[in-house]
Unconditional design. Structure first.
Length: 218
């Protein structure tokens, strides 16, 4: 079984290297979460997801969801932004049951310092407002955070950075069944995202080449 998993991972990364610049900007690439940091139980990383989408106007949307069924509240979101790709948070899409603000407390992902998510690292963050657990992302809920890209960067660069591990995402979850908490890191995209890599190969690749030509002409 481990050989099969390694084969799938190798296939994923091979496709990424060939086609990450061709991700269709009209679709979301879904990443899962794994590698729980503080190792409390039960494990809820498998019910957490983030959809990365081209939001247009030089912005990228990250939609975080908690699909359940285990009781839990995703209450802290941390982006490692080094080297800088984003200038900061453009908007937070709060709705009924979920309420976040920019700037998380604590400043670093709990337990995340050995993984580059410490308070001294280059982070963009947000967390749920008081009362923290009710306003977090509980089972069946989601939240979109839109980040503004620096001039000269695009959606393809953001996906490139996710796979190059220079743009990384960590989340902190509280109120897991039994009252425990844990932190998780975003991992490679789900297998269902593979068709998007293939179908987007030509479209965004042509757009990026056109952009480079325009920049050269300017």
């Amino acid at each position: 079984m481990s050989d099969i998993r390694c084969g799938v991972t190798a296939c994923l990364m091979g496709l990424v290297m060939l086609s990450v610049a061709g991700v269709n900007p009209a679709h979301a690439i879904t990443f899962g979460f794994t590698n729980n940091i503080t190792n409390d139980s039960p494990y809820v990383g498998s019910q957490l997801f983030v959809d990365v989408t081209d939001a247009g106007a030089n912005r990228v949307s990250f939609t975080f969801s908690n699909t359940g069924p285990v009781a839990s509240s995703l209450e802290g979101i941390y982006f490692v932004n080094s080297p800088a790709l984003f200038s900061g948070i453009f908007s937070i899409g709060n709705h009924a049951g979920v309420n976040f603000s920019a700037g998380a407390t604590p400043a670093g992902l709990p337990g995340g310092t050995p993984f580059g998510f410490g308070a001294s690292d280059i982070l963009i963050s947000a967390d749920s407002n008081s009362p923290v657990v009710p306003n977090g992302i509980n089972p069946g809920e989601s939240l979109a955070i839109v980040l503004s890209l620096l001039v000269g960067s695009d959606f393809g660069d953001a996906i490139d950075a996710m796979f190059a591990n220079t743009l990384r995402i960590g989340v902190h979850v509280q109120a897991i069944t039994g009252g425990t908490s844990d932190s998780y890191l975003a991992t490679t995209p789900l297998p269902g995202a593979l068709p998007l890599f293939a179908t987007g190969l030509i479209s965004l690749g042509l757009l990026r080449r056109r952009r480079r030509r325009n920049l050269a002409a300017a």
